[in-house]
Design a protein around this ligand. Structure first.
Ligand SMILES: [Zn+2]
Length: 298
């Protein structure tokens, strides 16, 4: 999706038709009787009537687009901005661009981030994985970020595949903000995001060896003569990119939302080779059912 292609969404109907194509690539299908015959949509409601069982189907039911006062056009611009912005979209900017209040824009961004997380939770890292930990500072409101404020531990896992030429190719990444770094936390993270049987490469930190007892192969490399970035090259490159992302976006936010920023960063990283498809993929992620109550996000 390019900015020029956004012109195709010049009406609400155009947005809705596109949404239907993404959600039902084979065409609208009745969830009750599987019929594909629908009557013309009536009035302003987004409901189509099944010609077979006469029930109504709303293309947005159960998704984050349902029953919001925000139009699909506004949502589509927001999706485009989030899908293409590499630095994390500010709610203030979004509010100005699409003409909604700041809290509405903020909630929209949170919902998109949550959809990204749900999508990424469906995949685990496998094969070869590097794991390490980092710390991210959380400036409290009204305070300037300063040196020495780095405090929230974040666990990092990056998968890679060794090639015949001796090189290693980076695959996907997972991040989790945690309260503390100890062996049980590491094991839980690995269980949640890495397939059993995978090989986990780490430095010599004592929290990693228990992975051996939980179905992982542990490849331990104590930092001795070699520098950490030589031992764990993929995770270190990833961490330095994450640091610049955090520096560019993480201002005046409290730590309760750190995980959502991490999720957004991972989602984008994991799709870095497919940025032409980002819009469609984000739209699809947002169309997944099981809507989280707004209260859970704030
Ligand atoms: Zn039906």
């Amino acid at each position: 999706m390019t900015i020029m292609q956004l012109f195709q969404f010049s009406t609400e109907d155009a947005c809705e038709d596109y949404l239907i194509r993404i959600r039902w690539p084979e065409g609208l299908s009745c969830p009750h009787c599987q019929s594909k015959d629908f009557g013309k949509r009536k009035g302003k409601t987004r409901a189509y009537r099944c010609l077979h069982c006469h029930r109504f189907l709303s293309p947005t039911a159960g998704t984050i687009f349902h029953r919001t006062r925000t139009s699909l056009q506004q949502w589509f611009i927001a999706l485009f901005l989030v899908a293409t912005d590499k630095r994390g979209l500010s709610a203030l900017f979004l509010a100005e661009q699409i003409g909604v209040s700041y809290p509405t824009a903020w909630a929209m961004i949170q919902r998109m981030r949550h959809a990204m997380l749900k999508r990424d939770l469906q995949y685990k890292l496998s094969g070869h994985v590097e794991m390490d930990e980092m710390f991210i500072g959380a400036p409290t409101e009204g305070k300037k970020r300063g040196r020495g404020t780095e405090q929230i531990p974040v666990l990092v896992a990056v998968s890679f595949s060794p090639a015949k030429d001796g090189k290693e190719y980076v695959g996907f990444a997972k991040l989790r903000a945690v309260d503390t770094i100890d062996a049980p936390t590491i094991v839980k993270f690995a269980n949640d995001v890495v397939e059993k049987g995978s090989t986990v490469r780490s430095d010599g930190y004592s929290v990693y060896p228990p992975l051996e007892d939980h179905g992982f192969i542990h490849d331990r490399h104590p930092v001795g003569k070699q520098k950490a970035h030589v031992i764990l090259p993929h995770v270190h490159t990833f961490i330095s990119n994450l640091r610049s992302f955090v520096m560019g976006t993480y201002h005046g936010l409290d730590e309760t939302h750190l995980q959502q920023y991490l999720d957004e960063f991972c989602w984008r990283f994991n799709r870095r080779k497919r940025h032409q498809e980002m819009f469609d993929r984000l739209l699809l992620a947002c169309l997944e059912k099981e809507e989280t109550p707004f209260s859970a996000l704030t």
